[in-house]
Design a protein around this ligand. Structure first.
Ligand SMILES: [Zn+2]
Ligand SMILES: [Zn+2]
Length: 147
């Protein structure tokens, strides 16, 4: 989805297009990983967008409410992580340094689709979504461990 599409979705959600909202969306759009509210506040500062922390939090809540952004829940992560709702992806978290990576896995999707069919047949469960989070060591942390 292009950035313009997100701006459109703001407009269709009847959210006023303020500078802060546009910048917040832009940061989330350009980021390759989920961002905490603190990081977003810092980025707003860097852009010279003067905004109260409370305003930023409220805007993020609006985005979540309107399904434009989701809050990522990851074990051991105290800060709220915000992520733009884009194409379906999965997450990896390094348990040592806490870095979070994002990946898509078409093969996994195929297998899960099969599993979903089986579950429907065997248990009558209609699966509507899934999330996959992998935990381990990132490349850097893994290297350090080997020394
Ligand atoms: Zn790491
Ligand atoms: Zn998936």
């Amino acid at each position: 989805m292009s950035f313009a599409k997100y701006i459109d979705s703001l407009e269709t959600s009847e959210l006023q297009l303020t500078t802060i909202r546009t910048k917040l969306l832009q940061e989330l759009f350009e980021s390759k990983r989920p961002l905490t509210s603190d990081e977003l506040v810092m980025k707003m500062d860097r852009h010279g967008v003067s905004a109260h922390r409370a305003t930023i939090y409220r805007d993020l809540d609006y985005f979540v409410e309107k399904n434009i952004v989701s809050i990522l829940k990851i074990v051991g992560e105290k800060a709220r992580l915000y992520e733009l709702n884009r194409e379906h992806r999965h997450h990896f978290k390094c348990m040592k340094c806490g870095s979070i990576g994002v990946f898509s896995a078409p093969g996994v999707e195929k297998e899960l689709a099969k599993l979903e069919k089986t579950l429907k047949k065997q248990n009558g469960w209609l699966v509507q979504s899934h999330s996959l989070k992998l935990y381990g060591l990132c490349k850097t942390c893994n290297k350090n461990d080997e020394k």
